[in-house]
Design a protein around this ligand. Structure first.
Ligand code: SF4
Length: 422
């Protein structure tokens, strides 16, 4: 596997108090059961508008946030989804709906737009058991992706993103998805690849204090046959085989592993079916810093209007060697001056990594923090909070056995209650 040097890329400035995204879950109810999902489907789990409002208060009291991802479950199943969108919009935050798309009708789309929705992230991949698409592979699913992208494009002005979980046997399709996004750069603003993670019982044991936890009690999938350690650099490498000029510009590191790429961002400039080049670290730094200077926030999703301003972006090639290449590729043909140029984000997300010594490496500056009991917690670990009230600790297998022995040898004695002094 290729080894990238993180110091060659721009470390995205996102952190606990100032971040692009916050993650709201108004419901845990869903109409699909995706293999890679880390939330338990709960039928009666809709939060009231008051509860949702309080959670937004928690976000805004702790951090600057450019957008709120409304997720779940599937948020479109919440009967007051348009009201939720209004609550977010009212505070000057961009509401983004994270959905599998099944419940999205033209009527609901219009209502959401009227309520102020900024954009949609559609989660579509081949391990969702989607009705009507059960045996479809990632390439065949492009037809469905296109349907949703077109739906948003017809409505105009809505940001369109796609998430896809990547498994060992779907890795091979990533370059095709990158190509599909290139063909649809005029209507698709972001493509996100989320690397599949699950409980790895061969490597670590899970503990709540000294109590070993049977992980089958959680929804994180145990003993799954797929690889649970695919790395962002592997995805980078297979994309690069297809696009030799491909490169990333920015990243978030792991909380325990500074040289890992938990969020690896690439910014492509191109037109339908043609990529002229990619952003380098300098131009991404300029975009984030200037946006923050003028709005007080870091930039998350861009509107289709801004994504269509690729030519303005090329001006940053003055400061950015990599972008300069895109500039020359584009203006090789002087007639291109009359044509529209687009920007598109390609993001690779590498969730939790278990290190050899048992440490858990999370995304440092996690954008997808959600609210639990008035606190900010990692949304990918919410099930632990709900069931145990804490995040579980992990130890390498051999250390876990030692911990069990210690507990058996030294049982905790019950204390006599102290006598009250009169
Ligand atoms: S730490 Fe978890 S919730 Fe946060 S961004 Fe990473 S995968 Fe998402």
């Amino acid at each position: 596997m290729i080894k990238l040097n993180h110091l060659n890329y721009y470390r995205l400035p996102w952190n606990l108090t100032d971040n692009i995204i916050s993650w709201l879950e108004p419901t845990a109810k869903c109409n699909l059961a995706c293999l890679g999902c880390y939330r338990k489907n709960e039928v009666n789990s809709h939060k009231s508008l008051e509860e949702v409002d309080k959670e937004i208060d928690v976000f805004t009291s702790y951090r600057n946030t450019d957008c709120i991802s409304v997720a779940g479950g599937d948020p479109l199943l919440h009967p007051q989804i348009t009201e939720i969108v209004k609550l977010i919009k009212k505070r000057g935050i961009k509401p983004i709906i994270n959905t599998n798309g099944i419940a999205l009708t033209e009527k609901l789309l219009k209502e959401l737009k009227k309520a102020g929705v900024y954009g949609f992230t559609f989660h579509i991949d081949s391990k969702q058991n989607r009705p009507g698409w059960k045996d479809a592979n990632e390439i065949e699913l492009n037809e469905l992706r296109h349907k949703y992208a077109k739906m948003l494009a017809d409505e105009r002005g809505l940001a369109c993103s796609f998430n896809s979980t990547v498994y060992e046997d779907t890795l091979q399709y990533v370059p095709e998805l990158v190509k599909w996004a290139e063909k649809n750069i005029d209507i698709v603003n972001t493509m996100v690849f989320i690397l599949y993670r699950a409980v790895d019982n061969n490597k670590v044991d899970f503990y709540l204090g000294s109590q070993k936890i049977d992980m089958t009690s959680l929804v994180y999938n145990e003993d799954v046959p797929d690889r649970t350690d695919i790395m962002a650099e592997e995805i980078y490498e297979i994309i690069k085989k297809e696009y030799p000029d491909f490169d990333s510009c920015a990243y978030l590191n792991g909380s325990e592993k500074p040289d890992s790429f938990k969020w690896l961002l690439s910014g492509r400039v191109g037109r339908k079916g043609k990529t002229y080049g990619f952003m380098g670290p300098k131009s991404m730094e300029i975009v984030q810093v200037f946006y923050h200077m003028f709005t007080g926030k870091y930039l998350s999703y861009t509107s289709p209007k801004d994504s269509g301003r690729g030519k303005s972006l090329l001006m940053l090639s003055l400061f950015d060697k990599k972008l300069r290449k895109a500039f020359w590729n584009y203006y090789k043909n002087p007639f291109n001056v009359f044509k529209k140029l687009y920007y598109q984000s390609l993001m690779i997300i590498q969730p939790i990594d278990f290190l050899d010594d048992g440490r858990q490496s999370m995304c440092d500056g996690c954008p997808d923090m959600t609210v639990w009991n008035g606190k900010l917690v990692w949304s990918c670990r919410l099930e632990e909070q709900l069931k145990y009230g804490y995040n579980l600790k992990t130890y390498p297998k051999e250390l876990g056995r030692y911990a069990e022995e210690v507990v058996e040898e030294e049982p905790v004695e019950e204390k006599e209650p102290e006598k009250e002094l009169v």
